[in-house]
Write a protein that binds this ligand. Structure first.
Ligand code: SF4
Length: 469
């Protein structure tokens, strides 16, 4: 068979969870693979179950969520049966993304591909990967199924047993591509470009594109205790600023995108040679894109010049990584941000033109050994500084220091079903304080964001005491 006649089907499955929201995310790894495969002469088809603008939805009227003007938005959801271990949670469990029947009918019409590449994201979303694998096998029983992505990389044995792919790949997909193509088709691919020279992700596979996710770098030089980035991407690498800007203009001109979200893990590392030149180039070219930074950025790196560049270049969404006001916690996490760093960052951002309440500050909740009082103190500090608390519930990820710590402290059973590590159900705190307490705490943060930070308010009563539990 001639190489050009091979057809590959690339699939991004649904999310199954109690909640999900689309913050401009795209399956970047899969889209880079698609671009590389096409460069090598393969035909590629994409099924992205999380595409909120998929033409399949044109006639779908049921429960279609309203679009937000900033390009983010809710997914369509279908309530599904709760897995046994999640039954005690008094919330709907849902499949988010393209409705199942639309995906089935679409696959029905596709000719049989020569191979299927299925990606995966959060480990506790594995039921969606498993369900998709079963559907794909039913439609294409003779086609080899390759599984990659975050879940496959972090929990390969679980994925082999549960999803039963023909081939499982771990780590960055493009690095595995030569061996994979050899295994699948017996063809040799001499080399794959380095990250910096990879082709642009194949966003042209989307019929209606209004936003792209973009990376200026991959990996992270830090090693925070709760984070799995170093397990997924061992080295920190970056792209030339001009190439990043070329990519943004390419999608703006060819697809008419209005929004771009930077999905770097460490966007502000060495800002003088990366983010600052990128923003200057965008300003010089009079870019009209709305830019978003949904991943937390490091407050210590934000000086007056960077804040001014953010504002002038059209950065609309800013989220700062703070995690905790506790010095001991900051030491433990190892990516230190002092309250003074946060205050300085908010000051320069405000002077640049942002309103403080526009800026989200990530505060971690439910880390190993973390008392609620510590989280309360952190939230109050953020509110006293005038910013919005973006609470991030901790999820124990196998292989991270925090996971080991939680197991050692007997706060986490390492044999637990991965479903129980879902951050929506507060894995460690639920075991310790109960689910109702966690929901009330979450509601307290929401109310806190709506209220002025007034220490006399009943919401704040007890918050300054040394312990509550
Ligand atoms: S800075 Fe962010 S990406 Fe890097 S290790 Fe810490 S949490 Fe992970």
């Amino acid at each position: 068979m001639n190489r050009k006649s091979y057809r590959l089907l690339l699939v991004n499955p649904w999310i199954v969870d109690f909640a999900a929201y689309d913050l401009w995310a795209k399956p970047l790894g899969l889209l880079r693979l698609a671009a590389l495969l096409r460069q090598c002469g393969y035909a590629v088809e994409l099924v992205d179950c999380l595409d909120r603008h998929h033409p399949l939805l044109d006639d779908w009227e049921t429960d279609r969520p309203h679009e937000r003007s900033d390009g983010s938005g809710k997914f369509i959801r279908q309530i599904i049966a709760k897995p046994q271990c999640l039954r005690p949670i008094p919330r709907h469990f849902c499949r988010y993304g393209l409705p199942l029947e639309l995906v089935e009918s679409y696959l029905q019409r596709l000719p049989q591909p020569d191979a299927i590449l299925l990606t995966s994201m959060m480990t506790y979303w594995y039921p969606a990967v498993s369900e998709m694998a079963q559907i794909l096998r039913r439609h294409f029983p003779h086609t080899p199924l390759v599984l990659g992505g975050i879940y496959a990389t972090l929990c390969p044995e679980h994925a082999r047993t549960t999803v039963r792919p023909d081939i499982l790949i771990q780590g960055e997909g493009e690095r595995q591509l030569p061996q994979l193509l050899h295994r699948l088709f017996g063809v040799s691919l001499v080399s794959v470009p380095d990250f910096a020279a990879l082709p642009f992700p194949a966003y042209d596979l989307y019929s209606n594109l209004d936003a792209v996710a973009i990376e200026t770098s991959r990996g992270c030089p830090f090693a925070c205790s709760f984070c799995a980035t170093h397990l997924l991407v061992p080295e920190f690498r970056r792209r030339a600023p001009q190439r990043v800007v070329d990519e943004l203009f390419h999608w703006s001109e060819t697809a008419g995108i209005q929004h771009a979200a930077f999905y770097d893990d460490a966007l502000l590392v060495q800002p003088e040679s990366s983010i600052k030149p990128i923003l200057r180039l965008l300003i010089e070219c009079e870019s009209r894109l709305c830019l978003h930074l949904p991943n937390g950025i490091h407050p210590r790196q934000i000086d007056k010049e960077l804040a001014d560049l953010f504002f002038a270049a059209g950065v609309k969404t800013i989220r700062l990584s703070f995690e905790s006001a506790s010095p001991a916690r900051q030491d433990d996490i190892s990516h230190k941000v002092a309250p003074a760093d946060l205050e300085n960052a908010l000051n320069v951002l405000e002077r640049a033109g942002y309103e403080r309440r526009q800026i989200g500050v990530y505060v971690l909740l439910g880390l190993p050994g973390q008392p609620p009082q510590e989280v309360r103190e952190s939230c109050l500090l953020v509110r006293e500084l005038g910013a919005r608390v973006d609470a991030a519930s901790f999820s124990p990820i196998p292989g991270t220091r925090s996971w080991n710590q939680a197991v050692k402290n007997r706060e986490w059973d390492p044999t637990s079903d991965l479903l129980l590590s879902n951050n929506s159900i507060f894995p460690l705190w639920r075991n310790r304080y109960g689910y109702e307490f966690c929901r009330e705490f979450w509601a307290w943060i929401k109310t806190l964001n709506r209220e002025p930070a007034n220490p006399d308010d009943r919401l704040f009563s007890g918050c300054r005491s040394t312990s509550t539990h």
